[in-house]
Structures are given as structure tokens and as C-alpha cells.
Design a protein around this ligand. Structure first.
Ligand SMILES: [Zn+2]
Length: 315
């Protein structure tokens, strides 16, 4: 990891625009993300497509990129018969690809955050959306510790700027990450929770309770919400504000609905409407706004248009 000052919130000073969905964008580029590891397959099979998606988001105005590593973990790789060592290499490779994309924009300050999915993401059964895991607290700590150790010992050329723990469904998982991070006080991280309504995370605890727990960690650069319906976000920002003074990051889904019976997305999402909603989120107190599932560069461009940027975006 890069050297980071004592106040980890400062790393996000002046940063407002996160990127949008990776997996769906890879699909639009013709990549196959239907395997159990989603976009992680593409890291090995078609890395140039990952770089192309990163580049599209920078062009749309993003000043933070998330790596294509949400599904990368030793546990997740082992579940599908892959050598766990390959997961460690894929994690670092995902950072290198994001850096490669950012290096094409030398006049822009672009941060790289490593996307780290929750334990449920490694089970490949959607368990992150309820957080009822059949494992011990120690298992959760170990799951997160493995990836944190790999990232903490990365050489400077493969180091990310911060860790993005996201789609977190429960207070227990946030607490487990805090324990796994304890040996590495130099690391900066954000914590984003997936929520089921206007006040509770997927597993049922209050978001404000989860936010207060991670706000106490020295690593915390921002706290927020992701992979959640946009209609809940304004109320959830109020919850976050009541829990801590940390910068707030929100990156909800596009607003389309997932039909589990037919395994497809329903409805549509209008980028302009997403931009209007982002305006309300900014007014409510969100410092950093991006997008999760099914959001595209067009959505991020709308978000980026909200604030005066030091660069001019091509129309
Ligand atoms: Zn999502």
C-alpha cells in the first residue's frame, strides 16, 4: 500500500466520483461473465477488456476506479477447483490493470480501490444479500485476513490506494474485517453496506450501528452503501450522518430489478434520472457517488456533470 497519513479520511479529499458497474460493462464488451467467478474470469481471459472498462469510466469522469476483483478470494477459487495461489495473483493483477488504465490519463488524479466482496460472494449463492452464513466469526476473520495480507505486502508498483470492502450484509462481517485489519494500521479502507430498506443492512442490523462500529477503526476513509435500490439512498445517507462524521460514499444499483425466478434483470434505468437522484444524494451529504450493478459510463457521466471538474469532459 502507498504511504498514507495518520488521518485516512484525507486520502479522499477532493474526490467525488466513483466508477460504475464492472461485470455488466464487460458483458456489453462481449466478455463471458457467466461463470461462478463473474468478472474475475476476465482478469485472466481478457484483461484488455477490463482495462477498456476502467478507461471508459475515467473518460466519463470517475476519479476512483474499483478493481475487477469482487469475486477474487482463495475460498472462492477453491470452491470452483482453482488453486488458491491463483487468487492472490489475480488480486494483484486486478490492481495492475486499473493502474494501466489510469496511466493513460497523466493529467488526472485517479485513485485505485481494491474491490473486496464479502464472504457470501465466495459462496456463489447470493448469501451476501442476507448474510446468514454457516461459518464462525473466526472463519470470517480468516477469509478477509488472507486478502488483506496479500495486498499489504504488495510491491509499490502493485499497490492500491485503498481497500473497498463492499456489499457487506452484516455487523458481524464488518467487525470481522476490523479484526483482520488490525495488524495493518497503515492501510486505508472504505466500508459499504448492502441495505434492504431505509435503515437496515441486509442481515437486519441498523446501518447506523454498523457505521458507528467501522467509524472507530483507524483505517476508515469513508463509510457508505452499495448494491442497494436507489430509492433508499437518501434516507440511508441520513442514517450514516447520524452515526459518524466520516466521508459518505454511495453507489447503488441502477434501479432495475433482479427477477430470481427467470434469472434476468427487469425494468430499465435512465442515466439522466440517475443523475437527478445523485443530485439529491449529494445534497443529503454524500461526498462520493458512483454506481453498482447495471450502472454504466452514461450514469457516471451524469453524476460527474453535477460538480465542477478541473478537466473538461468530452460530450
Ligand atoms: Zn450491485
Amino acid at each position: 500500500m502507498r504511504a498514507i497519513g495518520r488521518d485516512r479520511s484525507r486520502i479522499l479529499d477532493g474526490i467525488h466520483i466513483l466508477d460504475g458497474g464492472m461485470a455488466s460493462e464487460l458483458e456489453y464488451l462481449g466478455a463471458n461473465i457467466n461463470g461462478p467467478l463473474w468478472s474475475a474470469h476476465v482478469l485472466e481471459d481478457a484483461p484488455e477488456k477490463v482495462v477498456a472498462v476502467h478507461r471508459a469510466y475515467i473518460q466519463a469522469g470517475a476519479d476512483i476506479l474499483e478493481t475487477a476483483s469482487y469475486q477474487v478470494s482463495r475460498r472462492g477459487y477453491a470452491e470452483v477447483g482453482l488453486d488458491p495461489a491463483r487468487a492472490d495473483a489475480a488480486l494483484l493483477h486486478s490492481v495492475a490493470l486499473a493502474r494501466e488504465a489510469a496511466s493513460a490519463f497523466p493529467d488526472r488524479r485517479v485513485l485505485i480501490a481494491v474491490s473486496l466482496g464479502p464472504y457470501g460472494a465466495a459462496l456463489h449463492n447470493g448469501a451476501e444479500y442476507h448474510g446468514n452464513y454457516d461459518c464462525t466469526f473466526a472463519d470470517l476473520v480468516e477469509f478477509h485476513r488472507q486478502r488483506i495480507d496479500v495486498l499489504a505486502s504488495a510491491s509499490p508498483s502493485l499497490a492500491a490506494d485503498l481497500l473497498a470492502f463492499e456489499t457487506l450484509p452484516s455487523l458481524a462481517e464488518a467487525e470481522a474485517i476490523g479484526e483482520a485489519l488490525a495488524p495493518h494500521p497503515e492501510l486505508a479502507a472504505w466500508f459499504a453496506f448492502t441495505c434492504r430498506d431505509e435503515s437496515r443492512v441486509a442481515h437486519g442490523e441498523l446501518l447506523r450501528q454498523c457505521a458507528a462500529a467501522v467509524a472507530a477503526l483507524p483505517h476508515t476513509a469513508a463509510i457508505g452503501v452499495n448494491c442497494t435500490h436507489p430509492k433508499f439512498i437518501t434516507a440511508l445517507i441520513d442514517e450514516l450522518r447520524s452515526a459518524s462524521g466520516k466521508p459518505i460514499i454511495v453507489y447503488p444499483n441502477s434501479g432495475e430489478g433482479w427477477d430470481a425466478d427467470h434469472r434476468c434483470w427487469t425494468g430499465s434505468s435512465d442515466p439522466a434520472e440517475y443523475g437527478d437522484q445523485a443530485n439529491a444524494w449529494r445534497a443529503a451529504g454524500a461526498q462520493i457517488i458512483g454506481g453498482c450493478c447495471r450502472t454504466r459510463p452514461a450514469h457516471i457521466r451524469q453524476v460527474a456533470n453535477l460538480i465542477p471538474n478541473p478537466w473538461s469532459l468530452p460530450s
